[in-house]
Write a protein that binds this ligand. Structure first.
Ligand code: IMP
Length: 429
């Protein structure tokens, strides 16, 4: 069976942990979108793994872990990450990288940085990992793919053409005062050497991952599609322009993972018991008070990739209903219920008030969202430590009521509950 695991909010929903749990039963895990802008934290056996591009299933021996066609790969960053994984005692034999994946080049990193800096206060708040500029080249059909760095002749031609174009673009867009910086980062010889050497090291992992996923499915094996980012960061479905440049929704896994939609058996949305986001953009239930700080500290809400403090707020069911709809969710994995322990009461957003009008569907444009004030219902909190809970029956009544309230309002079953960072601190509901 193929199962898709997708972020139901603005990313950072604890996907790494859920994927890691489900990967214990998976034969193949596929990352279909995004790059090392993602940060998946997996805690296992007392060790903490921070994975950015390597699929979380790598921690299980024998699981084939694919970096799929729609991913963007910074090969130098990937090699550093692979070294860390190996240093932790984990073998990388199961890793596969699709030939079609696009390569993040030094000029993408440079353009991401210059572009964000030039926008100043109006920037998107990207991770500056070159993700957007790499996807721009892909859409413009001038991108360099994994296949190319494995074939130096093809790579040399494309690199020469791209470097000349990027030099003009960067000079024109950001002014020639950046010339020194530009020259330092855009030298053909150095880039060619570094990337072909990286290509040589990564060559043994090269594959057509669409065939691997399809064959495994045909043989009745378990295939997991591992989402990165989240629904509200999707280029079309998210809070544009404060989004990433790929499609981290279940439909995106089909397009970017090369798997037909009818092959997907289950779509699980991963959500936190509250809401967070990093970067800029509207966030109706954001808290600027003691409760926001409480959630940030109790939930260790600091970015895995950038270390930035995350913006924190109450759970927003308008968002979760939207995620159920656009992803066709068949279940929810609700993480970090333990973070809410100790709060006297919990507010849950059930709709928006937009200048007197009640809105229950997530608005299509951020200008509308900016005018939306959350309509809250208040539920009692709990004080009991729930981090050792192994079933719904181990939770205090108030926590069970909180889960039941969510299910009723979003029309989707909560199938997994997370009560702590370790892979053992979760149970099926
Ligand atoms: P980019 O993907 O680096 O271009 O960043 C675009 C937006 O997506 C920014 O608001 C980032 O903070 C956000 N973003 C990208 N990746 C993640 C992630 O894995 N978790 C949460 N936010 C992310």
């Amino acid at each position: 069976m193929i199962t898709a695991l997708v972020g139901a909010q603005w990313g950072d929903e604890g996907k790494g942990k859920v994927i890691d749990i489900m990967a214990s039963k998976a034969d193949v895990v596929v990352r279909a979108t995004g790059g090392n802008n993602a940060g998946h934290t997996v805690v296992s056996g007392g060790k903490t793994y921070k994975l950015h591009l390597v699929p979380s299933g790598i921690l299980y021996e024998g699981t084939v872990c694919c970096i799929g066609p729609g991913c963007v790969v910074d090969p130098l960053a990937l090699l550093r990450e692979m070294e860390e994984v190996e240093a932790n005692g984990t073998a990388l034999d199961g890793l596969r990288i699709d030939y079609r994946a696009h390569i993040v080049m030094p000029y993408h990193l440079l353009i991401d940085e210059l572009s964000e800096n030039a926008k100043g206060e109006n920037g998107i708040g990207t991770t500056k990992k070159g993700i957007g500029p790499c996807y721009m080249d892909k859409a413009e059909r001038v991108g360099i793919r994994f296949y190319d760095i494995l074939h130096p002749d093809v790579f040399a031609d494309k690199l020469k053409t791209n470097l000349a174009a990027k030099d003009k673009y960067i000079g024109g867009m950001f002014g020639y005062k950046n010339t020194a910086l530009r020259r330092a980062r855009l030298k053909f010889g150095e880039i060619f050497k570094a990337y072909t050497e990286a290509g040589k090291k990564l060559a043994k992992y090269a594959a057509d991952t669409t065939v691997i996923a399809y064959d495994a499915h045909k043989e009745g094996k378990n295939v997991l599609f591992e989402g990165a980012q989240g629904t509200l960061l999707d280029l079309d479905m998210g809070t544009y322009p404060f989004v990433t440049s790929s499609h981290p929704v279940t439909g995106g896994f089909c397009v970017s993972g090369g798997i037909g939609p009818t092959f997907i058996g289950e779509c699980i949305g991963i959500a936190k018991s509250y809401t967070t986001r990093v970067g800029k953009g509207p966030f109706p239930t954001e808290l600027f008070d003691y409760t926001g700080d409480f959630i940030r500290e109790a939930g260790f809400e600091y970015g895995t990739t950038t270390g930035r403090p995350r913006r924190c707020g109450w759970l927003d069911l308008v968002i979760l209903r939207y995620a159920v709809r656009v992803n066709g969710l068949t279940g929810i994995a609700l993480n970090k219920l333990d973070t809410l322990t100790g709060l006297k009461e919990l507010k849950v957003c059930v709709g928006y008030d937009k200048n007197g009008e009640v809105i229950t569907d997530f608005p299509a444009d951020i200008h509308e969202l900016e005018d939306c004030k959350p309509i809250y219902e208040t539920l009692p909190g709990w004080t009991e430590d729930i981090t050792a809970a192994k079933s719904l029956g181990d939770l205090p009544q108030a926590a069970r009521d909180y889960l039941a309230f969510i299910e009723k309002h979003i029309g989707c079953k909560i199938k997994l509950v997370g009560v702590g960072p370790d892979r053992t601190q979760s149970f099926e509901a």
